[in-house]
Design a protein around this ligand. Structure first.
Ligand code: PEP
Length: 242
C-alpha cells in the first residue's frame, strides 16, 4: 500500500475552488487497495468535501475535547467532520507558529486517544552534517522513543530545506534517515517523505527508498499533477505485487 497524502496548507481561499480540486481528484481516482489517497484541507472546508475513495485529514488539532479554548478545533470536531488523519508538528507550525515538542506531544496523544491517526512530521531545518541531523531528529521524536506503545502513528520525514523550495532531498539522504530511525532509534512506524515532491521525482524515490508514500504540499493543489503522482504510485505498487 502506498500512501499519497495532500497537504493543502492555507489554500484555496474559497469553498468553490476547494470543491473543484477535491471532486476532480475524487472523480478521476478509481479507488483501490494499492494506494491510500487522503487530502488535508483547511478546517472550514472539511464538512463540504466527502468521498468514499478520497479520505480526509486535518492540518492541526487542539488537545482538549471541548471548552473555553477560543479559536481551537478539538479532535471530536475533526471526527465529526469525517477526518481519519491529522498532521501533527508540521514544520510550518513548528517554525512559523512556534509549536514546541511539548505541544506536539499533547496533540499526538489527543489524536490517538480519539482514534485519529496522527501524521507526525519531523525533519532537520538546515543542511548540516548527518551527526547534527541525527541529534535534531532524535530530539523531535524523543517521545516516540520513550513510549514504544504508541500504535497507529505515521511519520512524515520532511527536511525543511526541501519544503516548497523545489530542492527535493537526495534519495541517499532519505535512506540514511530511514536507517537511523529503524536501526538506531528502533522506531518502526510507516514513514512518508515530503518536500518538493512532484510527478517527475516521485518514481525515483519510490524505487530507491524504502518509503511508504508521500506527503505532498504544493503539487497536491494541482489536480493533474496530484493525479499523476497517484497513477505512478499505483503502477509502482502493482509492480511490487508481481
Ligand atoms: C508540506 O508542506 O508538507 C510539503 C511537503 O510541501 P511541498 O510539497 O510544497 O514542499
Amino acid at each position: 500500500m502506498v500512501y499519497i497524502f495532500g497537504n493543502w496548507k492555507c489554500n484555496p481561499t474559497n469553498l468553490k475552488k476547494a470543491k473543484e480540486i477535491f471532486y476532480t481528484i475524487e472523480k478521476n481516482f478509481k479507488g483501490n487497495k494499492k494506494v491510500n489517497v487522503a487530502v488535508f484541507p483547511p478546517f472550514v472546508f472539511l464538512n463540504s468535501l466527502n468521498s468514499e475513495k478520497v479520505k480526509k485529514g486535518a492540518q492541526d488539532v487542539f488537545w482538549e475535547k471541548q471548552g473555553a479554548f477560543t479559536g481551537e478545533i478539538s479532535p471530536l470536531m475533526l471526527k465529526d467532520a469525517g477526518c481519519r488523519y491529522c498532521l501533527v508538528g508540521h514544520s510550518e507550525r513548528r517554525y512559523i507558529i512556534g509549536e514546541n515538542n511539548e505541544i506536539i506531544e499533547k496533540k499526538l496523544r489527543s489524536c490517538l486517544e480519539n482514534k485519529i491517526v496522527p501524521i507526525l512530521c519531523f525533519g532537520e531545518r538546515e543542511k548540516v552534517s548527518f551527526g547534527k541531523v541525527k541529534i535534531e531528529i532524535k530530539e523531535q521524536l524523543k517521545f516516540l522513543i520513550n513510549y514504544k506503545s504508541f500504535k497507529n502513528v505515521i511519520l512524515a520525514y520532511e527536511p525543511v530545506f526541501s519544503i516548497g523550495t523545489g530542492l527535493v532531498c537526495d534519495t541517499s539522504h532519505i535512506n540514511d534517515v530511514l536507517n537511523f530511525l529503524k536501526n538506531e532509534l528502533n522506531i518502526k512506524y510507516k514513514v512518508l517523505y515530503g518536500g518538493s515532491l512532484n510527478s517527475k521525482n516521485c518514481q525515483e524515490i519510490l524505487e530507491k527508498c524504502d518509503i511508504n508514500g508521500f506527503l505532498v504540499g504544493g503539487a497536491s493543489l494541482k489536480t493533474r499533477e496530484f493525479l499523476k503522482i497517484i497513477e505512478i504510485a499505483e503502477k509502482y505498487a502493482k509492480s511490487k505485487e508481481k
